[in-house]
Design a protein around this ligand. Structure first.
Ligand code: ZN
Length: 356
């Protein structure tokens, strides 16, 4: 690690809960709090890497789909993977409740080291006292019933951020496929119940996440939502023409709403060839950061690592090496004030305006 001062950062997206869910449930608290030599995130490595908190996603795997096998089919572009089939509601609901409970159990077992935060102020307070700040996110609303009762229960359990879809159709809308190259106009947008879901999120002050949604869905949310537009983990389409990345018109809409985009470290959304492979250098990350700042301004760009959900550049082997990215950005000419905004205060501004 370098001698430069660490930049404390809040991260817009990770899939820790999925990783814990795929392993031994009974030891989830210990695996996170004590750390383990697996995946990208646990508390000791987060602390070592300067991560002070983030949005933690609940995500339901598709039955029979092995994620690491899927990654290996994305090693070289072009590719066009079939969308996984829709999930069965009861199975998705069960996975959502198990993962939400895991985070509640982690908080309880942490003895103050981890705090589930329900507002931007709560994040600031937690960070101020050295407690790791968790904001609970739902990536894909498959576990929500059509009369939206589950949203109220999950809100009470701490949920403050939700993406209506992952890359899989559900009753609320349509997501983009793992296809490269492609624009994000790959299918329909929100359904009628999807529109009701977005309105309820606005009412309950649950942040709506646009990463994964089709271009039509993006514009549906832009039309309906009263909150700033947020893509927690997406990059620049003109630098990597993957449908998960944002077109100039979408970036303009995020800027006009005073929203935010979290830069994603998934190599298939960074590299010009769309390949999901670790032999990817940090200069490609810097190009997307420059591109996002050019499109959105310095106050509307942040991080959304996708740790534990993808293959990331080899230099950043886990969250523990995150400061290498800030070192590289500093060398590239970013000053400390800009790094602080990208790492922390930009997310706080948008959380204040979305979740309160
Ligand atoms: Zn995602």
């Amino acid at each position: 690690m370098s001698d430069l001062p660490a930049v404390p950062f809040f991260d817009g997206h990770n899939d820790l809960l999925l990783r814990l869910f795929m392993g031994d449930h009974a030891s989830a608290e210990r695996r996170f709090l004590d750390g383990e030599a697996a995946g990208h995130i646990d508390l000791p490595r987060a602390v070592a890497g300067g991560m002070v908190g983030g949005l933690f996603a609940i995500w339901c795997p598709s039955p029979g789909v092995v994620i690491s096998t899927t990654f290996s089919t994305l090693r070289d572009g072009p590719y066009d993977r079939e969308l996984p089939p829709p999930l069965v509601f009861e199975e998705a609901r069960s996975a959502v409740l198990t993962q939400a409970a895991m985070m509640l159990r982690i908080e309880r077992a942490s003895a103050g080291r981890v705090t589930m935060c329900r507002s931007a102020g709560a994040v600031r307070d937690a960070v101020g006292r050295g407690s790791f700040a968790v904001v609970l996110h739902l990536e894909g609303a498959e576990g929500i019933d059509l009369d939206l009762s589950m949203i109220h229960v999950l809100h009470a359990a701490g949920l403050r951020s939700l993406g209506p879809v992952w890359s899989r159709p559900n009753p609320f809308g349509h997501g983009v496929p793992m296809r490269f190259p492609s624009n994000p106009d790959t299918g329909p947008g929100l359904t009628e119940v999807g529109e009701r879901l977005v309105r309820l999120c606005n009412e309950l002050r649950i942040m709506v996440d646009l990463s994964h949604i089709t271009e039509k869905g993006f514009w549906d949310v832009a039309r309906i939502s009263t909150a700033p537009l947020v893509a927690t983990h997406s990059n620049v389409h003109s630098l990597c023409p993957h449908p998960r990345n944002l077109l100039p018109s979408q970036l303009d809409a995020v800027k006009a709403s005073d929203g935010i985009v979290g830069l994603n470290l998934a190599t298939s959304f960074l590299r010009p060839d769309g390949a999901m492979r670790a032999d990817t250098e940090l200069d490609v990350v810097i190009r997307h950061m420059d591109g996002l700042i050019e499109a959105l301004g310095e106050t509307r760009v942040a991080l959304g690592s996708d740790f534990d959900g993808c293959i990331i550049p080899h230099e950043i082997a886990s969250v523990a090496q995150s400061q290498l990215l800030f070192d590289a950005l500093r060398l590239h000419g970013y000053n400390n004030a800009l790094l602080e905004k990208l790492a922390f205060s930009n997310w706080m501004r948008v959380l204040e305006r979305t979740i309160g």
